[in-house]
Design a protein around this ligand. Structure first.
Ligand SMILES: C[S@@+](CC[C@H](N)C(=O)[O-])C[C@H]1O[C@@H](n2cnc3c(N)ncnc32)[C@H](O)[C@@H]1O
Length: 332
C-alpha cells in the first residue's frame, strides 16, 4: 500500500471553524448548519443529543442556537478531542458523556431530537437506532427526530471504524487499515480518500450507514426518511405522527434525493478524491527525482566521469556535463 500524504487531516484541527477553510474536506455536519437548525426549529425539541461530537464544530453551533430557545445539549463521544473538552469546560449548557453511543443511549434519558454522527458502520448505527427505538417504545413515546450525517459516499454502503476492536468480530466486515477510497471503486485502492479502517468491499448486506438506516426505517412503523446529498449526506428520520411531521415533509421535499444536489456532491467527492490521487503521484515523482539526483551527484564525483567530461567539453565550460548536471540539480 502506498503512503497517502496527509491533507486536511481532521486530527490536525486547531480551530472550530469548519466553514471558513475550503481546503478541508467538509467533515463536520456544521457545514450543513443552515439545514440542521431549521429542521431542529421545526421539531421544537427540549433536548438535543449529538452522538459523535469530535472537536465540537457542530456542538458549538448547537450551543449557540440553544442560547435563544433554552434547549439542553448533550454530546456523546468516547474519545472527545481536546477542543471539545475545552468547550465542555467553558459551556455550562453542554453535558459531555464520554462513552460509546450504545452504552450512553442505554442509560441516558432519550432526548426528543438527536444527531447521529459517531462510528460510521452498520453495527454501530443499527444499534443506535434499535436502542433508541426500543427505549421510546417502552416509554410509549414517539421516535425522536434523528438527523444522521455521512449517509452518502463513502459511508453509505461501506463500514468504516475508529476502533475495530470496539465491536464484536462477527459484526465486522473484512477491513483494511489506512485504506484509500475512490467513488465508483468498490474495493480499497492505493490512492484516494484515506480512512483509518474501511471495509475492503463496498456494498452487500449489513454494510454501511445508509444500509443501517434503511433497515431500521423498513422495520419500524410510521417513520419518514429524507436524504439530502450535501457534505457526505444528511439523513433525516422522523415519526410521521409527530406534530411537526407535515412541516418537516414540506421543508425537506425539495431537497430530498434532489438530482442536482446529488450531482454536485458526486462532483465534489470525485475532485476531493482525485486531489489525493494527484498528491500520491506528486510524492512518487518527488521520490524518483530524489533518487535520480543522488545518482547524478555520485556519478559526477567519479574519476571516470571527470575524464569523460574533460574529453567532451574540451575546455568549454558551457559543454561540461558536470556543469550541466549541477545546473539541472540547482534548477538554474
Ligand atoms: C465524524 S466525527 C463527529 C463530527 C461532529 N458530529 C461534527 O459534525 O463536527 C465522529 C466522532 O465519533 C466518535 N465516535 C467513535 N465511535 C463512537 C461511538 N461508538 N459512540 C459515539 N461516538 C463515537 C469519534 O470519537 C469522533 O469524535
Amino acid at each position: 500500500m502506498r503512503q497517502v500524504p496527509a491533507f486536511s487531516d481532521p486530527d490536525s484541527r486547531t480551530s472550530i471553524s469548519p466553514e471558513t477553510d475550503p481546503a478541508r474536506w467538509g467533515h463536520s455536519l456544521a457545514n450543513a448548519i443552515e439545514i440542521v437548525l431549521p429542521i431542529l426549529d421545526a421539531a421544537e425539541p427540549k433536548q438535543v443529543a449529538e452522538v459523535g461530537a469530535y472537536a465540537g464544530d457542530l456542538t458549538s453551533r448547537l450551543i449557540e442556537w440553544s442560547q435563544k430557545n433554552g434547549v439542553g445539549i448533550t454530546a456523546i463521544d468516547p474519545m472527545p478531542a481536546p477542543l471539545l473538552e475545552e468547550l465542555d469546560e467553558k459551556e455550562e449548557r453542554l453535558n459531555l458523556i464520554r462513552k460509546p453511543s450504545h452504552e450512553a443511549l442505554a442509560e441516558m434519558e432519550i432526548p426528543d431530537a438527536m444527531v447521529i454522527d459517531g462510528d460510521h458502520n452498520y453495527y454501530t448505527v443499527a444499534g443506535e437506532c434499535r436502542i433508541v427505538g426500543e427505549r421510546v417504545k417502552a416509554e410509549d413515546r414517539p421516535l425522536p427526530l434523528m438527523i444522521f450525517h455521512d449517509v452518502g459516499w463513502p459511508h453509505a454502503r461501506r463500514d468504516t471504524h475508529y476502533d475495530p476492536d470496539a465491536i464484536p468480530a462477527e459484526h465486522r466486515q473484512e477491513l483494511v487499515e489506512g485504506g484509500a477510497l475512490f467513488p465508483g471503486e468498490p474495493s480499497v485502492i492505493d490512492a484516494g480518500l484515506p480512512y483509518r479502517w474501511p471495509a475492503l468491499m463496498e456494498g452487500g448486506p449489513k454494510n454501511g450507514v445508509l444500509t443501517a438506516i434503511e433497515d431500521f426505517v423498513e422495520s419500524t412503523d410510521n417513520v419518514k426518511f429524507a436524504l439530502i446529498s450535501v457534505f457526505f449526506g444528511v439523513g433525516i428520520v422522523w415519526d410521521s405522527r409527530a406534530p411537526y411531521a407535515e412541516k418537516l415533509e414540506a421543508m425537506t421535499a425539495p431537497f430530498d434525493r434532489n438530482p442536482v444536489l446529488e450531482r454536485m456532491e458526486a462532483n465534489r467527492i470525485y475532485h476531493l478524491s482525485m486531489h489525493y490521487v494527484k498528491l500520491v503521484e506528486v510524492e512518487e515523482q518527488r521520490a524518483r527525482a530524489d533518487r535520480l539526483q543522488a545518482f547524478l551527484e555520485e556519478l559526477s564525483k567519479s574519476r571516470a566521469f571527470a575524464t569523460a567530461d574533460r574529453v567532451v567539453s574540451r575546455g568549454d565550460s558551457e559543454r561540461s556535463w558536470r556543469r550541466q548536471i549541477r545546473s539541472l540539480i540547482d534548477g538554474e
